[in-house]
Design a protein around this ligand. Structure first.
Ligand SMILES: [Zn+2]
Length: 323
């Protein structure tokens, strides 16, 4: 980040488009309503500095903060057939995908990468809620299988960050078939004796909870995350009873034995390093010994370099997107 992306560009945008002012410079916390300065929020991994509410974070931003020096390599995911049912509701499914790609600058709802955290090699997969609610379709299934296969080939643990509204209904039964497919992928890891760690983020629901998100060796959740199969509103309407306070939230599930840990986003990296090194019989990393994630300097110069090139190549997927 530098002052051009954080201050100058939003200011210029705000002069030309009044509507964009709050989104560009300030974000409002959905929990306490505090207006947070964009940079302050990204520096704090999208966690509200006032009330500690964990807002959504894209897999790319998460991985940048997670991996040593912010360096990771993408793992290729085989492309499935697009829209096999020629599905259409108010909008064509193919148009929905196109729109989601435009908004997120990502190909699909799951990003698979490899790299090192605390000098510990891992494969990681992150689900992107901003891409059609992170819904599990054939691509997400393929991504998890690619992640598991890569982990087995490299003999590395797999860390998966889940976030989904459930299965992708536009793919009908084909989306539900991803449940057994991903279960088999997780089984491959178990047979290879490799740890599979799931970090459940807000919200993880439906067929995702009912398959790969609940099959980990260790389940860690972010504070306040909703984790369920059917949501509280649906349950309340069905049983016509008031549900207990905090029902299906991370802390409630920890108390009731569904989770192993609830860990704030800022402490997640160190905790993952400790757990992975323990499970793979490596000596614990001394905390001062860990290379710091994403050094400000390197990022700054990269951002500046892209800044000057961005006029020519706005479609470059590696360029920092409108902030
Ligand atoms: Zn807040």
């Amino acid at each position: 980040m530098n002052w051009i992306t954080n201050y100058v560009r939003p200011t210029i945008n705000s002069i030309f488009s009044r509507r964009e002012v709050p989104e560009n410079l300030w974000s409002k916390c959905d929990e306490c309503g505090t207006m947070l300065f964009h940079r302050e929020l990204t520096d704090n991994l999208n966690v509200c500095t006032n009330c500690n509410h964990h807002m959504a974070i894209t897999p790319r931003a998460r991985f940048k903060a997670l991996f040593d020096a912010g360096i990771f390599t993408e793992v290729k995911v085989p492309e499935p057939l697009t829209d096999p049912l020629s599905f259409r509701d108010q909008k064509k499914y193919t148009d929905r995908i196109k729109d989601a790609r435009k908004v997120t600058s990502e190909k699909e709802a799951m990003l698979v990468v490899e790299g090192e955290i605390g000098r510990t090699p891992i494969v990681a997969a992150g689900q992107d809620f901003s891409f059609m609610a992170g819904s599990m379709g054939m691509y997400v299934g393929n991504a998890i299988i690619a992640a598991a296969e890569r982990a087995v080939t490299l003999k590395r643990p797999l860390v998966l960050f889940s976030a989904a509204g459930g299965a992708r209904m536009q793919e009908g039964i084909l989306s539900l078939m991803q449940m057994p497919r991903t279960t088999v992928a997780v089984q491959m890891l178990k047979e290879a004796g490799l740890p599979y760690i799931v970090v459940l983020t807000h919200p993880t629901t439906g067929g995702v909870t009912a398959s790969y998100a609940m099959l980990g060796d260790v389940h860690i959740a972010e504070p306040g995350a909703l984790i369920c199969f059917a949501g509280p509103r649906v349950i309340e309407q069905t049983i016509r009873e008031k549900l207990p306070e905090g029902f299906q939230r991370a802390e409630y599930l920890l108390d009731h034995g569904m989770l192993d840990r609830v860990t704030p986003r800022g402490k997640l990296r160190d905790e993952l390093v400790t757990i992975i090194r323990m499970l793979t019989h490596q000596p614990p990393a001394v905390s001062g010994d860990l290379p710091a994630p994403a050094p400000e300097e390197a990022e700054e110069s990269a951002a500046t370099a892209v800044e000057s090139a961005s006029d020519k190549a706005p479609q470059d997927s590696k360029a920092p997107k409108k902030k």
